[in-house]
Design a protein around this ligand. Sequence first.
Ligand SMILES: Cc1cc2nc3c(=O)[nH]c(=O)nc-3n(C[C@H](O)[C@H](O)[C@H](O)COP(=O)(O)OP(=O)(O)OC[C@H]3O[C@@H](n4cnc5c(N)ncnc54)[C@H](O)[C@@H]3O)c2cc1C
Length: 562
Amino acid sequence: MELIIKNLETDVLIVGGGTAGCFAAITIAENSKAKVIIAEKANLKRSGCLAAGVNALNAYIVKGQTPETYLNYVRNDAEGVIREDLVYTISQRLNAVTEKMETLGLVILKDESGEYVSRGNRNIKINGENIKPILAEGVRKSQNVTVLNRVNIIDYIVQEGKVIGAYGFSLDQNILYVIGAKAVICTTGGAAGLYKPNNPGFSKHKMWYSPFNTGAGYAMGIRAGAEMTTFEMRFIALRSKDTIAPTGTIAQGIGAQQINGLGEEYEKNYGAGKTSLRMYSTVMENKVGRGPCYLKTVGISAEQEGDLYKAYLNMAPAQTLRWLENGNGPAAENVEIEGTEPYIVGGHTGSGYWVDTKRGTTLKGLYAAGDVAGGSPQKYVTGCFAEGEIAAFSVLAYLQGATKLVPDIEESKKKLAEVNQYLSSRVSFYTVEEVEEAMQKIMDEYAGGISSGYTYNSRKLQEAKKRIIEVLDISQKLVAEDLHQLMLIYEVIDRLYVCQTLIAHLEARQETRWHSFQENADYPNRDDENWLKFVNSRFEAGKIKMVMRDLIKKDDIYEHKD
Ligand SMILES: Cc1cc2nc3c(=O)[nH]c(=O)nc-3n(C[C@H](O)[C@H](O)[C@H](O)COP(=O)(O)OP(=O)(O)OC[C@H]3O[C@@H](n4cnc5c(N)ncnc54)[C@H](O)[C@@H]3O)c2cc1C
């Protein structure tokens, strides 16, 4: 089997039709006549983080709160290392994008006075099982937007120092798309599957983050030399054991406390309730022998129990099924909790492209939004919408002066040859699954995965670095029998690039700022004097170069200079 080239051209190429990507497309269509292509590796209707639905919008300015209070919350939770310009510009748009979703058909729960029903200080409740089809329908109705479903984008086309499109292959036909564009917005989400997951074998994809977001956007940016930030701030989710269902619904929904195996509340012993400390305190209780740990639900009312059944059916049905199957609901049995493997996800923590205030990356013509963009944690669904909108308006301004460059034919042929070599009849001694497992084992054991209590040190990272390079070398000799396997090969190669960058970042931050998320055994304490700054990196001539950057204030307009 061999692929053949098909050329396409557009004004704006959006890579990844998820939360941020769809919202960006709708914004461009509503405000211009620009032609847009969304290239999506799955199907827009049920792809990415929203595929299974969500039951709350975690970022909303509820009554009595302001964009400033949201900014303060994010700064505090991220121990000071945030891009205030990014977080603030997101917070200012949270409520407007929510209203926009309501006009598209999203059901947002309201009280008797017509106010949205809030859950805590920043959260509103929705009937979100259909949020993705609603968004996809909004895109379908948009003028000048073409959706390419089941097209896996693999690399940017970079010419004359600009990103002028991307290469991607169809998962259904023998086609390598060469998509030329005046501007590109990357919205491919974060990276799952870097580390050995909680569950083995058939259940390995029962993980917190979308298993199909495999860091393609990061990897394409890394290979093209884009600057990346804060990969060392990994995200580890505290989940219900085995089902890996969310715990926030129980903790915030009914105010359940975390208790250890002795029935003691322990979170307060580790500091104020920050996201990373909820996780870290659980790791430590298990480490000192006071596990297993639970969310204390025993004794909740029948109504609360019924609400939990329904809430989980909206987003993690396995949890409700497990309760019903066991014959014991949360009112009778506390819910055991555990940490997941670490992910790289800029919508929860700060990892991703280093962008300017307009969401332009350090590569001209390339913008980034959502989980793939760094510097602004706690974006969640609405923050990704907001960033998609900001990137869309910035691209429209950029298009005014942009000329279209035609992708070079010789470069396209080289890319075609690269892709086709995986489809050739050469012999590979490894399968893509074996390569994936090797990568995950290395990351688990040497780069702070579950088995090492999320802790690492520089000697272990050196070992991880060496072994990941070996696996990357092997991965380039893999063979695909069909287009699905071809995609799996590109996914594992992308993750290996992300792993390399992640290891370099973990090594560079010589302190421990976010317990568990970034637990450096060589430097176990937080060091504000030296490390209240960004750790960034660029992949240049096959090597990762680290760059340190200062913090940026709320009203600063940040532009790339060097
Ligand atoms: C399990 C879970 C529950 C959550 N619950 C909530 C919640 O209740 N409330 C809340 O506010 N937030 C929640 N979040 C967070 C929120 O859903 C995400 O932050 C947000 O949806 C991410 O948006 P995104 O556009 O960055 O990525 P996504 O929406 O995941 O979009 C990325 C898209 O890119 C596509 N893609 C990836 N690689 C390629 C490629 N190579 N080529 C083409 N396409 C590609 C993917 O298929 C996907 O469609 C949750 C997240 C998860 C994982």
